[in-house]
Design a binder for this molecule. Structure first.
Ligand SMILES: [Zn+2]
Length: 114
């Protein structure tokens, strides 16, 4: 069962894709017109993303370790001392989002050799 992205009830075929570009943005399902409008407003504010899925959140958390390893290797650990996990996650997310967006853009322009 697909659940409404806003309230978690069963989704009923109300969909939203930012700018109607499923090639660029995820498509979300909602239970009602009301939730669809709320979801659309959130997505517009957040450039098409409503929130991270649980798997994405978990993957970001698991990326903290290789991130810590590389900053340690580069001698950057002191710069990150006292920073919260949320701040570290923001850095990881920025890299992941930037990478994904670039991949989508490059794929659309057929710049990736198949
Ligand atoms: Zn709903």
């Amino acid at each position: 069962m697909r659940v409404c992205r806003v309230c978690g009830r069963e989704a009923r075929g109300f969909l939203y894709t930012h700018l109607l570009r499923p090639d660029l943005h995820p498509t979300y399902a909602f239970c009602s017109r009301r939730c669809q409008e709320a979801g659309a407003a959130i997505a517009k504010r957040l450039k098409g993303m409503i929130d991270k899925t649980d798997t994405e959140k978990k993957a970001i958390k698991e990326t903290r370790r290789p991130f810590a390893e590389i900053i340690d290797e580069l001698g950057l650990m002191p710069a990150f001392e006292g920073r919260s996990a949320a701040e570290i996650d923001r850095i990881i997310e920025a890299c992941v989002d930037g990478f994904r967006e670039a991949m989508r853009r490059l794929a659309l322009n057929d710049e990736i050799p198949w």
